[in-house]
Every structure is written in structure tokens, then in C-alpha cells.
Design a protein around this ligand. Structure first.
Ligand SMILES: Nc1ncnc2c1ncn2[C@@H]1O[C@H](COP(=O)(O)OP(=O)(O)O)[C@@H](O)[C@H]1O
Ligand SMILES: [Mg+2]
Length: 328
């Protein structure tokens, strides 16, 4: 039978590099993943793993000395990497939109918050200035900003951090995106506001059917908000699975380490919270073979000599490690 889920984003072998004096270094090394309509993929990993570079690559916002050297990024079947700069500008803020961690730097302090909303509606939905007003009200209501008739004329500094992030979400949604990329969208906010914003994003996503790439270093955020998860380490996806499966049966030692380091209910009571020793290697000092091996208690000779490839272990559950034991 034909698969009923509609794939919105399909990334194949994406590779993003930075030029340095000693030649190019690779921040994202040939990663592949898909997101279906209305679904959320969590992209998780410690700081420096390549999550933001991935998001920016999908938007084609990687600046010099960075460049995308290989791969395909299909949005509704159209390879974004083949578009002209002008065509890509039309897609950005329209079919594909991104929100970032810090809502202050993404909003211009000199303009009332309705301005970017209005711009998006004119540019991507061909609305006239008079048509935009009721739609701005609707969008602000969708992200639970009350009194939006009045609030739309306020400036960014007149809003709290959580409110500013809501405005950015509304602005991102204004173009009716097929794919929304959210890079640590709540990391700068306090915990209660975080939960509110994430709940809001889930609701909005239900209403609009947007596919969401949720970038976070927080596995708790993944557990509550994602359908699927891809774990990234040093530019590679080392494990990917439906969320329940990943938390129940993590296969990769890196994922297992991340889960053990996670505070809260995910770990058994009284088990001490552990952290993974060492840190993510810099791009110019990646070890041979498995990039995680210097931090891995299971590492043996083969890990230094052979790069582990992603293999399927269970239905839709992939991992790349030489030492995975499956009990049958
Ligand atoms: N503009 C840049 N120039 C050189 N290296 C960069 C640049 N931006 C990111 N990197 C490197 O790419 C790697 C991945 O970074 P990033 O995607 O920001 O990680 P994450 O978002 O997972 O914390 C890091 O090693 C980082 O140092
Ligand atoms: Mg980042």
C-alpha cells in the first residue's frame, strides 16, 4: 500500500564545510533525514555538534567562509540547493521559516512588532496594506497575545522575552510555511515560559500542519514535543528513531550517555546523574573512525579503524556504532 504520510522535507547527504587556512573543515558531514507534514523531528546533541549549521544550511543562510559542498534539500519535492538566490529569497520567510534562540536580536528595536508581520504578508501572501491588519490580529491571537489590535503597535522592548518569542513565531507563521525550523527556541526563556511556548507551538502545528524541525540540546524538550528524533554528534547523525523507541531502547553509547545525563524522571531513582566525559571535538581535530570513540567506554580497535555506518536495527530505528548488542 502507498505510504499515506506526505514528506515535506527530505535531506540527502547534506555536507557543510568552512574554509580555513589549513583547508576546509566539515561541520555537517553528509546527513540525511525526512520530516512528514504535521510532524516534528527533534535534532539533538551537545553544543558544537552541528545542529545550528544544519538549520542554517536548510535555509541557505550559511555565510562565508562556510559553504554547502554536497547534498540535496527537497522541500515539497523541490531541491532548495538548486534554486537561484532570488528564488531562495522567495521561499525563505514563505514556504520555509526559521526562529532562533534569542528573540531580541531577531526583532528590530526601531520598528513596531507589526512591521515584520506586515512585510511577510505583503511579500509572501501578496496582501495589500489594508488586508494585512485583520490577519496580523489573527496571527497574534494564534500565539495567544491578547489585545493584539493595540499590542501590534508596540516596540520589541515593550514585550517580555516570552512574548517576543511568540511574536517571532507569529511572524514565521505569517508566510504559511510548510517547514518551520526552530533553533533552541526556548533556551533563553525561564522554565514556565518555555513550557508555554512549546505547548503553543504544538497547538499551532496541529492547526496548520506545518512540519517542524526542533533543534535543542534538551532531551526533555524532545520527549514532550517530537515524533521522531535524530541524535547528532560531530557533524554526523549517529542515531535516529521514533521518540518512544529512542527513550526506551537507546542504541548508541552517545545517546545512552545523553539520557543518563538527563535530570528528572527519565533516570531511575537514586541513580547518580552522570555526564559524558570529555567534550565534542573541534572540527580540525576529529578522531579517525568513530568520532565518539575518545569518550566511549566501549571503544576498541575497530572504532579507530572503521567509521561506523548507520544501520537499521528496528523499524525506523537506525544507529551507527560497532558495538551495538541487540537482545532477541
Ligand atoms: N562561522 C563558522 N566558522 C567556522 N566554524 C564554525 C562556524 N559556525 C559554526 N562552526 C563550527 O561548526 C561546528 C558546529 O557548530 P554549530 O552548528 O553551531 O553547533 P550546535 O548548534 O550543535 O551547537 C562547531 O565546531 C563550530 O565551531
Ligand atoms: Mg546551535
Amino acid at each position: 500500500m502507498a505510504d499515506s504520510k506526505q514528506i515535506v522535507l527530505s535531506v540527502k547527504g547534506l555536507k557543510t564545510q568552512f574554509k580555513t587556512q589549513n583547508g576546509p573543515v566539515t561541520a555537517v558531514d553528509g546527513i540525511s533525514f525526512e520530516i512528514a507534514q504535521g510532524k516534528t523531528l527533534g535534532l539533538v546533541g551537545e553544543s558544537g555538534c552541528g545542529k545550528s549549521v544544519t538549520g542554517l544550511s536548510l535555509m541557505r543562510l550559511i555565510q562565508h567562509p562556510g559553504f554547502i559542498s554536497q547534498g540535496e534539500v527537497y522541500l515539497d519535492g523541490e531541491d532548495l540547493l538548486k534554486l537561484s538566490d532570488k528564488q531562495m529569497r522567495d521561499r525563505r520567510g514563505g514556504k520555509i521559516a526559521m526562529i532562533f534562540q534569542d528573540p531580541m536580536t531577531s526583532l528590530d528595536p526601531l520598528y513596531p512588532v507589526k512591521d515584520p508581520l506586515q512585510e511577510t504578508l505583503k511579500l509572501h501572501r501578496q496582501m495589500s496594506a489594508s488586508e494585512t491588519r485583520p490577519e496580523i490580529v489573527r496571527l497574534m491571537q494564534q500565539v495567544a497575545i491578547t489585545d493584539s489590535e493595540k499590542r501590534m503597535n508596540n516596540y520589541p522592548h515593550q514585550f517580555s522575552g516570552g512574548m517576543r518569542q511568540r511574536i517571532l513565531i507569529a511572524t514565521a507563521l505569517a508566510g504559511n510555511p510548510r517547514l518551520l525550523i526552530a533553533d533552541e527556541p526556548t533556551t533563553a526563556l525561564d522554565v514556565t515560559v518555555q513550557a508555554q511556548i512549546l505547548a503553543l507551538m504544538r497547538k499551532v502545528q496541529r492547526d496548520t500542519g506545518t512540519a517542524l524541525l526542533l533543534i535543542t540540546h534538551n532531551l526533555g524538550v524532545v520527549a514532550e514535543n517530537c515524533n521522531d528524533v535524530a541524535v547528532m554528534y560531530a557533524g554526523n547523525i549517529v542515531e535516529s528513531a521514533p521518540v518512544g523507541q529512542l527513550f526506551e531502547k537507546p542504541l548508541h553509547p552517545y545517546t545512552q550517555g545523553l539520557l543518563k545525563a538527563m535530570p528528572g524522571e527519565a533516570v531511575a531513582p537514586r541513580q547518580p546523574l552522570s555526564t559524558i566525559p570529555g567534550s565534542v571535538p573541534g572540527l580540525s581535530e576529529l578522531p579517525s573512525g568513530c568520532r565518539f570513540r575518545n569518550r566511549c567506554s566501549l571503544a576498541t580497535e575497530i572504532c579507530a579503524n572503521q567509521t561506523p555506518q548507520l544501520k537499521t536495527y528496528y523499524n525506523e530505528h537506525l544507529a551507527a556504532c560497532h558495538h551495538i548488542q541487540i537482545e532477541s
